[in-house]
Ligand binder design. Structure first.
Ligand code: IMP
Ligand code: MG
Length: 179
């Protein structure tokens, strides 16, 4: 695919994201204040920037792990088939777990990952999603904490890609197709 036929319009600035990450982190720190250790599970790859910023604001003992589920190919169409491409390295039985996701869109990815993690009997299982597109939801699933609700726009930046590009933008932008 040709990548030159779109422009990116700023939707959420780096400053706004940073302020929201601080707020989310203090809510999460308060919620898990009594934990002996919080296992923060990033969903690869889109959450890698968010999780890096979020864990540095958490006032808790944390461990970081990652899981990768397949969702999109190189297109903007959501796939309903969710497969685990890379599993956690550690055990979560009896532990406090926070799943960190970039975007909850149709909800298929998050609900599938949560179903798998629940079978492993964590003590507490919560979710922090940076973005939520409620108008796109097909599966009834909600994050415990959401950074921003956004309209049905295809977004990039702050870890989030379009065909693997634009993850390195410091802000979140909406993709505008020009041709
Ligand atoms: P869901 O299974 O439809 O909820 O899809 C969730 C996944 O789709 C997210 O983790 C993202 O990786 C990807 N996704 C959804 N919306 C967008 C978008 O606007 N830009 C880039 N990726 C997206
Ligand atoms: Mg993703």
């Amino acid at each position: 695919m040709d990548h030159s036929n779109y422009q990116i319009e700023t939707l959420i600035s780096a400053k706004t994201i940073a302020a929201r990450v601080e707020d989310l982190a203090s809510e999460i720190s308060a919620h898990f204040a009594d934990t002996d250790k919080l296992i923060v599970v990033g969903l690869l790859r889109g959450s890698f920037v968010f999780i890096a910023d979020l864990v540095r604001e958490l006032d808790l003992p944390v461990e970081v792990d990652f899981i990768e589920a397949s969702s999109y190919g190189n297109s903007t169409e959501s796939s309903r088939e969710v497969r685990i491409l890379k599993d956690l390295r550690g055990e979560i039985e009896g532990r406090d777990v926070l799943v960190v996701e970039d975007i909850v869109d149709t909800g298929f990815t998050l609900s599938h990952v949560l179903a798998i993690l629940k079978t492993r009997n964590p003590k507490r299982l919560a979710v922090c999603a940076l973005l939520d597109k409620p108008s796109r939801r097909e599966v009834d699933v909600r994050a415990t904490w959401t950074g921003f609700e956004i309209p049905d726009e295809f977004v990039v930046g702050y870890g989030i890609d379009y065909a693997q590009r634009n993850r390195n933008l410091s802000y979140i932008g909406a993709v505008r197709f020009t041709a």
